[in-house]
Design a protein around this ligand. Sequence first.
Ligand code: PLP
Ligand code: COI
Length: 341
Amino acid sequence: MEKKNIEWSKLGFGYMPVDYRFVAHWKDGSWDEGGLTKDATVTISESAGVLQYAQTCFEGLKVYTQKNGDIVAFRPDLNAKRMQDSADRLLMPKVSEEMFLRALDEMVKANAAWVPPYGSGATLYIRPFLFGSGPVIGVAPAPEYEFRMFATPVGPYFKGGVKPIKLLLSAYDRAAPHGTGDIKAGLNYAMSLYPGDYAHKHGFSENMYLDAATRTYVEETGGANFIFITKDGKLVTPKSSTILPSITRRSILVVAAEMLGMEVEERKVPFTEVKDFAEIGLCGTAAVISPVGSITYDGGEILVPSGMDSMGPVLTKLRETITGIQEGTIEGPAGWIHKIC
Ligand code: PLP
Ligand code: COI
């Protein structure tokens, strides 16, 4: 199979429609079989639940070409489970893990020419999403739903790849206590656009959010969790019921503890402690592990000791290990790699 003629190494994180996507419909209490389509557009009621009351959630995962040529996904079962948790909280019908993985396998195989080659620095980003497509006018769950999954080849999420980024401590909150911060609801991202735009206009790549209740503890950014490295080499990551349970973060904790012999702590992290860490990183599917160089807050700036030029040594080792597992050059824990073809 011939690959598309794309300058893979020059890709940023953008949308490029590929040949096929998967679509399934839910009506009268059940899902249809679903299948592939070439149509990249969606036609729904003007009064659809997604359009009126933001009844939608999504996922994000990546597909890699491994060194031996296998095309694989990284822990897609966890994306399927998390989408079920999001669906429950938004009163949407769950997509079974079976349908989720079938959609992934069929869609990626059909788009194999779009999967970036091994070593190109690019990956195929997969965007599953679920939304209320049937009409509502009173505030209520929609009577019909659509599940879709498309793919788009991507490069690094932050411009410059692994160059340290500047963060702003946001004056806005991301998620309320007992709200929807722990699910991947579209509404969490809609409300982050304004603070995100404010941060970009002031020269920052992203916002750091604190807990909304006390504004004391570090939560996450708009699209990634935090990992901190202490001066004595320990990995610390915020524990909170209002952040997204990142699959990358959960995997990094296992890699750090079980493969690299590091001490790991998942606990509340007061903002006052941030100045004491040796290295700070963002982790997520899109972010992979991206280093943070500075954090600006009302009244000052924290300069991370690892500096603005390159990623620190501990984060570099973690990144090399996790990407090595994804690309098949390092053997990871059993069951993490889902072979598609
Ligand atoms: N936090 C938020 C708000 C996100 O949008 C994401 C991206 O999915 C993450 C964290 C990282 O999660 P994961 O590692 O599962 O991609
Ligand atoms: C991902 O990492 O997959 C996400 O969904 C984050 C998003 C901000 C691009």
